[in-house]
Write a protein that binds this ligand. Structure first.
Ligand SMILES: [Fe+2]
Ligand SMILES: [Fe+2]
Length: 303
């Protein structure tokens, strides 16, 4: 086996690290709109040379708002997926069931946490920011796919959460401390979810032939294409949110540069950083070397 994860270990860690929404939002815990929310490696606002410092900050916060809202959205398909995976229940396997129920409970908590964030953001940002959705339509489109493909997409998401926090948030002193706190608490739970997803994939994949696994990897990539279409739409929403917030209307050349740089920034954030994650690729490689090579060839387009 290429990993040493266990339901027992993930459950113990989840119980040890348990936190409540009140630990992260509420009294005295406010967003600081004088600071950036997202690390530059994800926001990529600095290369938009036609924006001044204040406009770059506003765009960074628009992207930060979309980032947390997007988590709330994907959690709406992860939650029912994990709950279905907890069935059938076996009395001999109670740690597995408890670990998966804890996982589902944590995703429900995240949905609530990000809603609370969004309400505070909307109260203080000044203008509205639209985000792709609705979550129920996205969940319906994703959950139509083969369960193993949904598990791959979930694992991809959980690993990029780890990557973003460890590589560019944890030691970043520029970011708003409150936004950073939201990312930190989310990361704590997601660290166990990566293990549980991997274990769910181990179980599920046993029922598939090599050919079926190749087909399922194709379905995972189809969902990536679906998401990519959504990201192009998100960039258009961000242009509108930016103009509403700053009063600045971009000319054609500026708009083109904005679209190109920001689409690629979104692609890296939600697709490339998951698809190219070494641990995600290790899972795919374990099941299909051909699949792993295919992903490695595709990832640069999303980086
Ligand atoms: Fe989550
Ligand atoms: Fe998660």
């Amino acid at each position: 086996m290429y990993h040493n994860y266990s339901y027992q270990g993930a459950l113990a860690a989840s119980e040890r690290m348990r936190w409540t929404i009140q630990d992260v939002v509420g009294e005295g815990k406010k967003l600081d709109f004088s600071k950036p929310f997202l690390p530059e490696s994800l926001a990529r606002v600095e290369s938009l040379s036609f924006l001044n410092a204040k406009e770059k900050l506003i765009l960074n916060q628009i992207r930060g708002h979309a980032y947390l809202t997007m988590f709330g959205t994907v959690e709406e398909f992860i939650l029912p997926f994990v709950m279905n995976s907890a069935r059938p229940y076996s009395v001999d396997d109670s740690e597995r069931v408890r670990a998966l129920i804890a996982f589902a409970g944590e995703e429900a908590k995240h949905i609530q946490l990000f809603k609370a964030f969004r309400e505070e953001f909307n109260r203080n940002f000044g203008t509205s920011c639209e985000v792709i959705g609705p979550p129920s339509a996205i969940a319906e489109a994703v959950l139509k796919h083969d369960p193993l493909a949904v598990a791959f997409l979930t694992l991809h998401i959980e690993w990029f959460v780890q990557r973003h926090y460890i590589e560019s948030v944890r030691n970043n002193v520029e970011l708003d401390p409150q936004f950073k706190l939201l990312l930190k608490f989310h990361w704590i739970d997601e660290a166990q979810h990566t293990k549980l997803d991997t274990l769910m994939i181990d179980e599920l994949a046993k029922q598939y032939t090599a050919e079926e696994i190749t087909k399922v990897i194709g379905e995972y990539l189809e969902m990536g294409t679906f998401l990519d279409g959504g990201l192009a739409q998100q960039v258009q929403f961000d242009i509108d949110s930016f103009s509403r917030a700053t009063g600045r209307v971009l000319n054609e050349a500026e708009k083109k540069e904005f679209e190109q740089i920001q689409l690629q920034a979104n692609r890296w954030t939600y697709i490339g950083s998951g698809m190219s994650h070494p641990n995600f690729l290790a899972t795919i490689n374990y099941l299909s070397l051909e699949g792993k090579v295919r992903l490695e060839q595709m990832a640069p387009a999303f980086c």
